[in-house]
Design a protein around this ligand. Structure first.
Ligand SMILES: Nc1nc2c(c(=O)[nH]1)N[C@H]1C(S)=C(S)[C@@H](COP(=O)(O)O)O[C@H]1N2
Ligand SMILES: [Mo]
Length: 526
């Protein structure tokens, strides 16, 4: 009789122990969120652990994640962390039912992992970054101890028999814990959002002045009217985003400063946002592209940028390019979130329109694209040039320092490879027989595009019609009226850049310095 009772008790207590673990985990995260509002939102455990995981993920896996999940990669990572935490919480709850203290100790161990991750982030502001994980873990450990205490409290049950447990006590404690955690999480979120308010207000207050050197207008002939082709200028909210930030940095332009210093700098310089706005601004059409863009991929966009010519600032600091005897050959740009990007000094100072951009398509930079200031160097992939949320420019050498991505197997130097993409028809499209407009984009920033050719199946290469070239730093659109005959066909495109070099057929991976190969699309003509 007695054994049966105990088993039945175990049947109800195990799920409740699992629930206790989940409640303890929830309390840990929400208390951490609340405390992170007093420290910094980036110090909350899921963000810190996620950031540390991103830094430690092997390049191949990261590339796979970008390919597979695209711009949702960060959401997938965070869901993964939460799912792992939930599994762990259930296990710890079951453990605590048997060994109450060990269960709570396990929660503290997890808290230690979060604390270590937060403190060791490159943008960590010190030991205070560990406080959210630490206090969260203590709250979770104590709660688990209390809840499991109710589950294991020897109580006579309603019928006065031995071996029962404190149902009422458990119910009250669990409900109170759930309510308090929800409240802590909600307050934490609200406070964290409020912290971003100054940054949002500072962006709202920006009025971009007219540029001293306006961009040449894009010729009408640069935009062929073909349905399905990428718009020449990518709207800001459609512009691709690639970065490692789990929380988009919200920087207050009023307190932001940029420092220029390092090897070969005669005078350290510091600028406020207003200092930069007050300078003569240049406005330029520049197409930006990610080294993780596969052949035919979406990680490319075009915008009109407004900003300060970077070479002017470097000259004021007394910097000389290596070709004129300068000591530093590399710029390390650092962002507020601890990212580092390395750019050749020579490229920045060779006369091209390398800039610190303040505006994008007529508005201050959107937060995701680097407000208040980002770097741009026409002709170079983003990871070696386009530092968002920049706050520091250090002159150094390629021998002395490897930037973030270089430490992860990407090339030190990465000029953009000549590439072309068929935008329409779409892969596996079913156009009608007759004249089908094939159209797309080609790019070889800073060299320009001289020729685009199309091949149908294994036929001869035929020149596509080139739209006008806006500048050598922009992509170029092209069209090809194709006399489509019924059946399955493969369309292939290749481009030739302004130096006369034709895009190579050889397929390479994105690592280490960008994908190469021809883009092709298979369609069935009805
Ligand atoms: N601070 C910071 N800047 C960054 C990155 C980053 O992860 N952090 N990613 C770089 C990469 S790899 C690219 S391709 C461009 C992308 O810029 P976008 O997101 O505005 O398109 O930003 C660059 N600047
Ligand atoms: Mo990139």
């Amino acid at each position: 009789m007695r054994t049966v009772r105990i088993n039945r008790t175990a049947l109800t207590r195990n799920p409740l122990a699992a629930l206790s673990g989940l409640l303890a985990g929830f309390a840990a995260l929400t208390v951490a969120e609340l405390v992170s509002a007093a420290v910094r939102p980036e110090a909350s455990p899921v963000t810190a652990v996620g950031g540390a995981a991103i830094d430690r993920t092997p390049t191949g896996v990261k590339d796979w994640a970008i390919r597979t999940f695209g711009e949702n990669d960060k959401i997938v990572l965070q869901l993964g962390i939460l799912a792992t935490l939930a599994l762990f919480a259930v296990a710890v709850g079951l453990l605590a039912l048997r060994h109450r203290r060990t269960g709570s100790a396990a929660v503290l161990v997890f808290g230690a992992v979060g604390t270590a991750a937060a403190v060791s982030r490159p943008d960590s502001t010190g030991f205070t970054d560990g406080l959210p994980s630490l206090t969260g873990a203590v709250a979770g450990a104590v709660l688990l101890y209390v809840l499991v205490g109710r589950l294991t409290a020897e109580r006579a049950d309603e019928r006065g028999e031995e071996g029962g447990w404190d149902r009422r006590g458990f119910l009250i404690a669990a409900t109170a814990a759930a309510a308090a955690s929800t409240a802590a999480g909600a307050v934490g979120r609200t406070l964290n959002d409020r912290g971003a308010r100054d940054a949002i207000a500072s962006r709202d207050a920006v009025r971009l002045p007219a540029p001293a050197s306006p961009a040449r207008p894009i010729p009408a002939g640069a935009r062929p009217r073909v349905r399905g082709i990428s718009p020449f200028t990518t709207p800001n909210d459609k512009f691709y985003r690639v970065d490692t930030a789990l929380v988009i940095p919200k920087v207050d332009a009023n307190t932001w400063r940029l420092r220029i210093h390092g090897e070969g700098v005669r005078r350290d310089l510091e600028f406020s946002y207003q200092d930069l706005l007050n300078r003569p601004l240049i406005e330029r059409e520049i197409t930006l592209c990610c080294v993780s863009n596969e052949v035919g991929g979406p990680y490319i966009g075009h915008a009109r940028w407004i900003g300060v010519r970077l070479a002017d600032l470097l000259k004021e600091a007394g910097v000389k390019p290596p070709s004129r005897g300068g000591k530093a050959d590399q710029i390390i740009a650092r962002s507020v979130d601890g990212m580092t990007l390395g750019t050749p000094v020579e490229d920045v100072m060779d006369g091209r329109d390398a800039m610190l951009a303040l505006g994008m398509n007529g508005e201050p930079l959107p937060f995701v694209h680097g407000f208040p200031v980002r770097m741009l160097v026409p002709g170079l992939y983003g990871y070696v040039s386009a530092c968002k949320w920049i706050e520091d420019i250090e002159l150094t050498t390629f021998d002395a320092y490897d930037a973030y991505w270089v430490k992860r197997n990407w090339a030190r130097k990465a000029p953009i490879k000549t590439q072309s993409r068929i935008d329409t028809p779409k892969p596996f499209g079913r156009p009608e027989a007759g004249t089908v407009m094939v159209a797309g984009v080609a790019w070889a920033q800073h060299r320009g595009i001289e020729k685009v050719e199309i091949r149908v199946d294994e036929g001869p290469w035929k020149p596509a019609q080139l739209a006008d070239q806006a500048t050598v730093d922009t992509w170029r659109q092209w069209t090809y009226p194709w006399k489509a005959t019924p059946g399955s066909h493969t369309l292939t495109v290749r481009a030739t850049d302004g130096t006369g070099e034709t895009q190579t057929e050889e397929r390479t991976k994105t690592v280490p310095d960008g994908a190469s190969g021809w883009h092709s699309v298979v369609v069935t003509v009805d």
